[in-house]
Ligand binder design. Structure first.
Ligand code: BEZ
Length: 193
């Protein structure tokens, strides 16, 4: 399936609109995160997309590609990105991940992302705050669905990815509140002993 997405290319040719093949998005050895928000230009959504933009280096460290989605148009995404960048004090010219338009609700309906409690100005239902984590074999490994009124914690998403990647590699399970401990701080503790 191909869905139209807005993409700022990380090249000097900046703004471009692409058709992308969602199935191929997590190509190669990459993981992928597809996440939806209820509406462009709304306060909580703006904070979330700015936070994800700030966390892109962390996602890249883990070989994770990020793609956002809402039922708004590409035109709306392009205007809204200016607000997201201003709020997040993002100075790079190019927005670091694509935002899919789904005005037809094709994707959100197929993937169960609609929030029956939230409607847009025309009375149509909009997407909830859902997150799908997809592994390099294109298998969905986690899905969460938050109501529109609750912003997500993307540090938790990174923590889950760390756990998934670790437990894929080693026969272990991670306990409550588990986190990767930075080697540097562990060395400091050892040195202090
Ligand atoms: C928000 O992003 O602020 C928001 C969007 C939909 C419903 C409630 C809050």
């Amino acid at each position: 399936m191909c869905f139209k997405a807005f993409f700022f290319l990380t090249s000097r040719f900046s703004k471009k609109i692409f058709e992308i093949n969602l199935f191929c998005f997590s190509f190669g050895n990459h993981w992928a995160i597809l996440f939806s928000h209820p509406n462009d230009f709304t306060p909580v959504c703006t904070t979330e997309l700015a936070r994800v933009a700030k966390l892109i280096p962390e996602f890249e460290k883990r070989s994770v590609k990020v793609i956002a989605l809402s039922c708004n148009s590409v035109k709306s995404h392009i205007q809204w990105i200016k607000d997201i960048k201003a709020y997040g004090e993002i100075t790079e010219a190019n927005f670091p991940y694509p935002i899919i338009e789904d005005e037809s609700r094709t994707i959100v309906t197929a993937l169960g992302m609609l929030d029956p409690d939230e409607v847009d100005s025309t009375g149509l239902p909009v997407s909830a705050r859902s997150v799908f984590i997809i592994d390099p074999k294109k298998k969905m490994r986690l899905s969460i669905l938050y109501p529109a009124t609750t912003g997500r914690n993307f540090d938790e998403i990174l923590r889950v990815i760390d756990s998934l990647q670790l437990t894929d590699k080693h026969k272990v399970a991670t306990p409550v509140d588990w986190k990767v401990i930075e080697m540097k701080s562990r060395l400091c503790i050892e040195e202090a002993k």
